[in-house]
Design a protein around this ligand. Structure first.
Ligand code: 9D3
Length: 252
């Protein structure tokens, strides 16, 4: 996979090449990460990339021209006519389903905004889709692009190992962990940590009972924290029984 990122802060994105799972995928040559700075595509003395908004108001707006020139150069090197993906609070909210779709593409072109906005004419003429991390404000698109890159790379073959095949094989419906539910609690040694013990069932060696308990805990966690996910999940008769029992236990 090749990922081109257009950003005024390429060093933010280049950081990814040095760290963790993304860093390894890049040094292993499983992915090529290339950054482009629109400032390098200006020809005025001040390398201007933004200006004041028509109609007034706070902040600055990114100029269309440097971004268009940058994109033209990126697309000159692209036979596949890759979609241009903007990072924007106005975008569609990213979820694991969207990540899976992005991960299938041979190439991504990620456009990071800074300042208040990007000139709408650039968005109308050059940007095919926009992605948001959710309904909160961050200062620019770079962290969002980093999130997309991390999420997409961990689905590339050979980047994660065993977990990754689990994710790809799952008959998942929506966001979150792949099966549409939040994860169950996990425990490791010691068996007693500062007076808190590990749930007995996990020490039983009864794998079927452990699987049921985990499923039940996942259902309960989802019901408590993200009930809207349960509405979209497919619950078997057994799931419904497990959840009802967990909720009854809570009452008691
Ligand atoms: C006052 C209007 N604001 C729009 C909601 C201004 C504004 C806030 C944040 C303009 C640009 C930004 C920069 N944010 C991003 O580039 C961004 C973002 C985000 O802020 N939240 C969630 N996802 C994303 S993806 C890119």
């Amino acid at each position: 996979m090749r990922i081109d990122v257009i950003t005024l802060f390429p060093e933010w994105i280049q950081q990814l090449t040095t760290l963790g799972v993304t860093g390894r995928a890049i040094t292993d040559g499983k992915v090529e990460l290339i950054t482009w700075n629109p400032r390098d595509f200006t020809d005025d003395r001040h390398n201007q990339v933004d200006d004041r908004p028509y109609g007034g108001g706070p902040g600055m707006v990114m100029l269309a021209e440097p971004l268009a020139r940058t994109l033209a150069e990126v697309q000159r090197q692209d036979q596949a006519r890759t979609l241009v993906s903007g990072m924007s609070p106005q975008g569609r909210v990213l979820d694991q389903q969207a990540v899976r779709e992005l991960a299938k593409r041979p190439r991504l072109i990620l456009l990071c905004g800074r300042y208040e906005a990007i000139d709408q004419r650039l968005l109308d003429s050059c940007v095919d889709e926009q992605w948001s991390l959710g309904d909160y404000v961050i200062s620019g698109g770079e962290l969002a692009a980093g999130v997309v890159i991390d999420a997409v790379l961990r689905l590339q073959p050979g980047v994660l190992g065993h977990q990754q095949s689990a994710e790809q094989d799952s008959f998942s419906q929506n966001a979150t962990t792949g099966n549409g539910l939040l994860d169950c609690p996990h425990y490791t040694r010691p068996e007693d940590w500062r007076g808190q013990t590990v749930p007995e069932i996990l020490l039983s060696g009864n794998h079927a009972a452990i699987a049921d308990w985990r499923r039940q805990q996942a259902l309960l966690a989802t019901w408590k924290t993200r009930p809207e996910l349960l509405a979209g999940a497919v619950l078997s008769e057994k799931d419904q029984r497990l959840l009802a029992a967990a909720l009854a236990d809570q009452e008691a």
